[in-house]
Design a protein. Structure first.
Length: 62
């Protein structure tokens, strides 16, 4: 077992790129108004799905 650091190859982009080059949007900053709208839309989707599941359960019991 050796204590060598991993060496980057031509096809290993994670070791070749600097850590500050984040292009996947993990550090996306949104304003509070947009964040509130997104949270409200998500909550509405969750509520809608819960109502649909409840209706399906009620329909099965009839």
């Amino acid at each position: 077992m050796t204590n060598e650091e991993p060496r980057a190859t031509d096809d290993d982009t994670q070791l070749n790129d600097p850590a500050g080059d984040d292009t996947e949007g993990h550090s996306l900053m949104i304003d509070p108004t947009t964040a509130r709208q997104l949270a409200r839309a998500k909550e509405q989707d969750v509520d809608r799905a819960a109502r649909d599941r409840q209706r399906q359960k009620e329909a099965r019991n009839r």
